[in-house]
Design a protein around this ligand. Structure first.
Ligand code: IMP
Ligand code: MG
Length: 179
């Protein structure tokens, strides 16, 4: 799998060091608040597992699954919500976790949908944010790493459902991307 990378951006140790900082910040911000974390599957699974174990607060965890990709590498904008009935949104502080902020369509769609369930607040936390211009601005509240606008895999991120189990994050070789 590692051979399919053009280069490694973040190895496992650097990711975990950064998650220590991010978790510290989230822990300070959510002290005395009723926190519900909602992880968007499948991409944020590994990120969520490592991040949440660094947050020593009482919290609830829900997961939801949305699809917008149809097996290609560009987002279509049509979201399919595979599960959108998290039990504890009303009156709670929601922290939405996603693997990567690309076009922002996924996070905007999920955030808009959750708003209808009357949370007290919604914040967004992403592992990666691609530096690019977006049709609709999205400002995540917590970002582990900013990256260039390249296709990355590993640490939960996939290309056609592969590479999620790579322990590092790296840029996928261009010759492997099906155009
Ligand atoms: P957005 O809706 O365009 O922001 O895309 C978000 C989703 O697209 C992420 O949750 C990923 O599943 C996928 N995605 C976007 N960019 C990448 C990438 O570079 N590598 C792997 N998946 C990506
Ligand atoms: Mg994906």
């Amino acid at each position: 799998m590692q051979d399919d990378l053009d280069r490694v951006l973040f190895d496992q140790a650097s990711i975990l060091r950064r998650l220590d900082e991010l978790a510290g910040q989230i822990t300070r911000d959510y002290r005395d608040r009723e926190l519900t974390v909602i992880a968007i599957l499948n991409g944020s699974l590994i990120f969520a597992a490592d991040l949440l174990r660094r947050i020593p607060l009482p919290l609830k965890l829900d997961c939801l699954s949305v699809a917008s990709y149809h097996g290609r590498w560009q987002t279509s904008g049509d979201m399919i919500f595979r599960q959108i009935s998290p039990p504890d949104v009303a009156g709670r502080h929601i922290l939405l976790l996603d693997d990567i902020l690309d076009s922002g369509l996924t996070i905007n769609a999920v955030r808009d949908k959750l708003h209808t369930a009357n949370p007290r607040s919604i914040r967004v936390c992403v592992l990666l944010r691609k530096l690019k211009t977006r049709a609709r601005a999205v400002e995540p509240d917590y970002v582990a790493f900013d990256i260039a606008d390249e296709f990355v895999v590993g640490y939960g991120l996939d290309y056609m459902e592969q590479y999620r189990n790579l322990p590092c994050i790296g840029v996928l070789r261009k010759d492997l991307l099906r155009q």
